[in-house]
Design a binder for this molecule. Structure first.
Ligand SMILES: *Cc1c(COP(=O)(O)O)cnc(C)c1O
Length: 398
């Protein structure tokens, strides 16, 4: 192992998730795989080819740098869409490469037209409509100007799509806000079409929306967290199962499988007598004579300091509590109750070992993080491997 821990991606879990998500979105919608933030910590270079091998040919990223990395590993005909930031000076490259990008404000369209004129090329853009998130997106009163520019320059800009993003589709408390957004989106698309514009592919749904607002599955969906095998929220999972109950269909309680597993190894083992403090400071006092294993992963590797004295890792199919504070590059775990642990034994930080699992959610809950935050905190430099690990039997509850 060149790094002190490794992340494995389970190809079978990904194939399972993509097949399941296809049943959720139906046959017609294009599936855009959202791989921003290093594919949610999974690693763009490893993850993108796996998704492509399952027949997906559209990827969404946030930044130019991510688009560059996807482009480097994807098939030439695969489409890439930048949903976020591009510096004006980088528009040349983006347009020349045929990469699609969001027009979220009038200045972006004006600059795009200027660059296209200069290059003699045509850009493929997605109009992002502001419908209630109040983050980025074209405001209603900006649409007449946008329409005029687009209709006047069809040879410079192709509208590949028109889209919006919801203000939290994963919790029911946002219900009315989302309903208003859905209504506003369709009204504005109608207005643009009535004005003579071909709006291209309509897309609005993220992972949570494909489950909670299936009417928002339009021509394309942008799915991130679910393809990695996680729910946007527990509520989304429960609502999905409840709907099945109401409709009298039996649904698997665990249709999504975690793609990622994060593991390391036992670096050293020490005997510590009763009444000694372990790790820095005074936060952990041994209450008996203990065996302590060191694991070469710390907060510099994304193992959050808040997990000090709270978390568990898996060794030899047993749960070993984290004792003392997490260090920059190391943590200590109590292996007193796990027999026969030896140096080099595998240590699972996230994922399954034997029958037990440290889930991303349990890990996140401990530090009041979203699953998203935990995943993107995983170190980019850690070695990644693709494996085919048979999926464990389906379970009740998570
Ligand atoms: C991140 C993101 C998504 C995907 O969200 P998930 O909840 O991970 O499915 C979709 N659309 C936009 C604009 C995003 O930024």
């Amino acid at each position: 192992m060149s790094s002190t821990s490794r992340i494995t991606l389970n190809r079978l879990a990904l194939a399972n998730n993509l097949a399941f998500l296809r049943t959720v979105i139906g046959d017609h919608a294009i599936f855009s795989s959202v791989v921003k933030s290093n594919a949610y910590g999974h690693g763009i270079e490893h993850f993108v080819p796996l998704v492509e091998a399952c027949g997906i040919d559209h990827f969404s990223v946030f930044s130019l740098e991510e688009a560059r990395r996807v482009k480097h590993v994807c098939a030439p005909e695969t489409r890439i869409m930048i949903m976020g930031h591009v510096d004006d000076e980088d528009l040349h490259w983006v347009i020349q490469q045929g990469i699609e990008f969001y027009v979220f404000a009038p200045h972006r369209l004006r600059e795009t037209l200027r660059v296209c004129r200069e290059l003699g090329s045509r850009a493929r853009v997605h109009l992002e409509l502001e419908t209630g998130l109040h983050r980025t997106g074209l405001e209603e009163d900006e649409l007449p100007g946008i329409l005029e520019l687009l209709l006047g320059n069809p040879e410079l800009v192709e509208v590949a799509g028109t889209c919006t993003h919801f203000a939290g589709a994963e919790v029911v408390s946002n219900y009315y806000r989302i309903q208003n957004q859905i209504r506003a989106f369709h009204e504005r698309v109608r207005w643009l079409r009535d004005g003579g514009l071909d709006c291209g592919l309509l897309h609005a749904a993220c992972s949570a929306a494909i489950f909670n607002y299936p009417e928002t599955i339009l021509d394309m969906v942008r799915v991130g967290i679910a393809q990695y095998g996680m729910w946007s929220s527990q509520e989304t999972r429960i609502r999905y199962l409840q709907r099945g109950d109401r409709e009298g269909v039996t649904r698997s309680p665990d249709p999504l499988r975690r793609v990622l597993r994060w593991s390391s190894g036992v670096m050293d083992i020490k005997e510590v007598a009763e009444g000694e403090y372990i790790s820095y400071g005074y936060s952990y006092l041994s209450s008996r004579s203990m065996r302590i294993a060191s694991v070469p992963v710390g907060y510099a590797q994304g193992y959050k300091r808040e997990i000090s004295n709270q978390g568990h890792v898996l060794i030899r199919g047993g749960r070993a509590p984290v004792v003392g504070v997490i260090n920059m590059n190391m943590m200590l775990v109590d292996i007193t109750d796990i027999p026969d642990v030896t140096i080099g034994d595998e240590v699972v930080l996230i994922g399954m070992q034997g029958d037990i699992e440290i889930s991303v959610s349990s890990f996140s809950d401990m530090v009041h993080n979203l699953n998203y935050e935990t995943l993107v905190g995983l170190p980019a430099e850690t070695e990644r491997l693709v494996v085919d690990r048979p999926l464990p039997a389906r379970r009740n509850g998570l």
